[in-house]
Design a protein around this ligand. Structure first.
Ligand code: ATP
Ligand code: MG
Length: 510
């Protein structure tokens, strides 16, 4: 007789159904796993045998065959242990044969029969819910899986024995509760930053409209400090965003304690990051930093120090909000709807453009350094600002600085206006001006006459690319939203253009 247990294989953040078929038949004694297993799955044989033995179950002296169907779908990871073990227990009569038919099962086994947490419990639970099944997952993943649906049947046993007892009715398992991390209260505050009013304003605009931002300035002017304070002015994730972000983190095995958090991700990889670390992939497909920053911020400090290939690999995710990794036998797609914040010095010695300074290596100090960032990547950055050294005046007698709390309120108001606008237009999936489709932007950002004249003049004088033109409009729309204005006025366009010009100047000098 063949016993069947449903589990899943992950492709990107999608959980694809896999049927684990277990057959015990006369023949050569041994256990074999077939169906394109990777190394972790093949090793499952040893763990399952030991765990069953530790739970007081001996395998019969027969031939045991385990097939993971469909056979052409690659199976990665250690979460196949539990479905295989439960399939065997059902075949041996240790649990009723029909007990598992309404469940999707995943979990890794320790040699003593306990069930260890695995990556991907949340997407598996969402997949199971879509298949109208319950889920059996490790105890440590229960609270994460419980987010998939309020009335979904979820079992999160500690061990194989607990599963057997549950189905025998001797010790019934209770449904785990969804848990959430407390929102962090001690985030660094914008009020710590002295001076730098332009940079703070640009940070607020970036937060309000989801625009990409590049800060250029000498060492110690507060660029890293500013970026670290962005989290404190961003609104929390909406419930739908919370789930989509947590799916990626769950697949990467980085949901600490199975708890979800509504704080937007803020990822700041070191500049030695490789392409696989940045966009994902590698021998085992894993989401990269861009996907871990989904719906949040990817902060690249010391921007030109990243390898130019790694930087250019960001061009596609920045444009499509997705990261597609093609591998020899399949394609994996991870979401990557990010806001890029970058910081850099203007040149290798860091002081180019500072009053009274001349680089020891001459103009090449600057051109070589800035040349590491490609034009097309720079073209995707809407806001580019100079962050000059803080003046002594500002340091010694600072003007009172606005706390993050106040700025966050304005950002939230502007974001709510955007949400409502795109919902009314029939694009509920768009939440930010930065993501507004090009076809809609002119309708969304209606300019007054003076504004339109200014933009036309600027576009002609500065030879804006089509992308630049649309991006200026998007930033202007955000500025108008911050101003609570329906029309985009000349003053908004002037400010949006000024953010663009800073970048054009940067490249001109390069
Ligand atoms: N505007 C500021 N207000 C208060 N302190 C500041 C400011 N700018 C810099 N500092 C101080 O200088 C330190 C260094 O700042 P930060 O690391 O942000 O500089 P940076 O611009 O990122 O420099 P680098 O280019 O070398 O990375 C901060 O820890 C802080 O103590
Ligand atoms: Mg820095």
């Amino acid at each position: 007789m063949v016993s069947h247990v449903k589990t899943v294989a992950f492709q990107g953040i999608e959980a694809l159904p896999v049927d684990v078929q277990v057959m015990i038949a006369p023949g050569k004694i041994g256990m074999q796993i077939v169906g394109l297993p990777d190394k972790a799955v093949a090793e499952s044989r040893e763990r399952v045998q030991a765990a069953l033995h530790a739970s007081g179950l001996a395998l019969p002296a027969k031939k045991v065959t385990i097939n993971l169907a469909p056979a052409d779908l690659p199976k990665e990871g250690s979460h196949f242990d539990l479905p295989i073990a439960l399939g065997l227990m059902a075949a041996l009569g240790a649990i009723p044969s029909d007990a598992l038919q309404n469940y999707v099962v995943l979990g890794e086994l320790a040699l003593d029969g306990t069930i260890s947490p695995v990556a991907g419990a949340l997407p598996a639970a969402i997949g199971a819910n879509a298949m109208e099944r319950g889920l059996i997952c490790p105890h440590g993943c229960g609270s994460e899986a419980a987010w998939a649906g309020e009335d979904m049947d979820i079992l999160a046993p500690q061990s194989l024995i607990a599963v057997a007892n549950h189905f025998r009715g001797t010790q019934v398992l209770t449904r785990p509760k969804p848990t959430r991390h407390e929102a962090a209260k001690d985030l660094p505050d914008l009020a710590d930053i002295k001076g730098q009013e332009t940079a703070k304003r640009a940070l607020e605009v970036a937060a309000a409209g989801g625009h990409n931002l590049l800060m250029v300035g000498p060492p110690g002017s507060g660029k890293s400090m500013l970026a670290a304070r962005l989290s404190s002015i961003l609104p929390p994730l909406s419930p739908a965003e919370l789930l989509s972000v947590s799916m990626v983190h769950s697949i990467a095995g980085q949901l600490s304690g199975g708890k979800l958090t509504d704080q937007r991700p803020f990822r700041a990889p070191h500049h030695s990051a490789t392409m696989a670390a940045m966009v994902g992939g590698g021998v085992k497909a894993r989401p990269g930093e861009v996907s871990m920053a989904h719906k949040g911020v990817l902060f690249l400090d010391e921007f030109p120090e990243f390898s130019p290939q790694v930087l250019d690999s960001l061009r596609q995710p920045l444009e499509t909000s997705n990261c597609i990794i093609a591998r020899a036998n399949h394609r994996v797609n991870y979401p990557a709807d990010i806001q890029l914040i970058a910081a850099m010095n203007p040149c290798r010695c860091g002081m180019a453009g500072e009053p009274g300074h001349t680089c020891a290596r001459g103009p090449r100090c600057k051109t070589d350094y800035q040349g590491r960032i490609s034009g097309p990547l720079l073209d995707r950055i809407d806001l580019r600002i100079d962050v000059p050294a803080v003046t002594a005046m500002d340091l010694i007698q600072p003007k009172p600085s606005e706390p993050s709390e106040n700025v966050a309120l304005r950002v939230l108001r502007a974001r709510n206006m955007q949400l409502e606008r795109y919902r009314n237009l029939g694009f509920p999936e768009i939440t930010l001006n930065a993501r507004c489709p090009t076809a809609q932007i002119e309708q969304v950002a209606k300019m007054d006459q003076e504004g339109s004249a200014l933009l036309n003049e600027a576009a002609q004088k500065m030879l804006f690319s089509a992308r630049a033109y649309h991006r200026v409009l998007k930033v202007a729309r955000t500025l108008a939203d911050l101003d609570n204005s329906i029309v985009v006025k000349r003053i908004h366009l002037a400010e949006a253009i000024s953010y663009r010009i800073a970048g054009e100047r940067l490249m001109e000098n390069a």
